[in-house]
Design a protein around this ligand. Sequence first.
Ligand SMILES: [Zn+2]
Length: 421
Amino acid sequence: MAHDALFERLWSGAAPMEEWTAAVSEGAITQVADTIITVHTTYFCGSVTAIRTDAGLVLIDTAKPDTAARTLAVVRGWDDSPIHTVIYTHGHIDHTSGITLIDEEADARGRPRPRIVAHRNVRRRMERYEASHGFNSLVQGQQFNKPGYVYPIGQRRPDEVYDESLSLTIGGEEIALFHGRGETDDASFVWLPKRRVLASGDFVIWVFPNAGNPRKVQRYAADWAVALRRMQKLEPEILIPGHGPVIFGKERAAQVLRDGAEALEYLTSETLRLINEGATLDEVLHAVKVPPRYLAKPYLLPKYDDPEFLVRAIYHFYAGWFDGDPAHLKPARTADLALELARLAGGADKLAERAAILSGEGQTRLAAQLAEFAGAAAPADARIQAIRAAVLQRCIDGETTLMGKAFFAVYQRDAEAKSKA
Ligand SMILES: [Zn+2]
């Protein structure tokens, strides 16, 4: 199949992914093969792939709560046979949540519910989401600016799990699952050997790998690269990413897998080299940068996660939480430190005024630090909070990533509200 004009513009970097989301929002089909489709509704939902077999449909992922109905309707417009098996590529809710509707449909039609297959750790992830439900609701609400967000839990758990790899034959279709760690520790990529079709799950997502998300559990940059290299060795002719459009052609698929692996390998090896030399987190963070040639690739743009956050996660993976600054081993309370600094500076307002100057000079990191100290030293001072809000706004404006912008925005809104209180 030839790529369409929009794909070519995405591939060349001429079109932003928002344009693709707008194009697929009603529910779009990519015909992967005669008996295979991938359904898209928005970049922000995991793609759903449906495979027609003699035993019924196999689905790879199920969409998220607000796209599941649209996705299932699109699948049903293509094939009405029973859903035999559902594969979760991992336990994130934009891949698992559609199972509830799928089960309801099966119940309503008097058909058996599909068998769910996934990596063993998907069950553990679901248990963790229940244990940390309040926190996940809060963080997800912060990340996507949806105050009051309630994290959806209770998706049906896998019936059949595996550890390293799993070979299935369903209605004559050979389907191989391989486990790797990347964004999560429960991920699978799915390989259809006879068709040379690879469904990568979220190992390929049309942005820079999100292995650094500030408020999520440990992620696995080095293992992510390993998984991409394994996929590259399979030499797929069609690559179905977890998010974003399907990539046709052996060369393009190989290029995406290789570039992603190289960028992650670079970050990992540079971070490790400095750790092994005894560098502190501060030194590592300000020394390790992804070569710009990778960040210029339209499928590796730093629009969602920030490579700097990945460096932190890599440091944490190998070196634990201590950053190498003795003042941070048993730190003073932030409010006490802020008061002390304000006293030295001649008042919290002096800290805030200096923050405003630094912010105006584009020194947003320093400015944010001083503004936060000023706010902590005098939380009820409306003028200081207004400066804090302006400084944090400059931080937001300077970020390219959704996560960077979103987390600064949480505190910017807080400062804004306090400045008017
Ligand atoms: Zn996803």
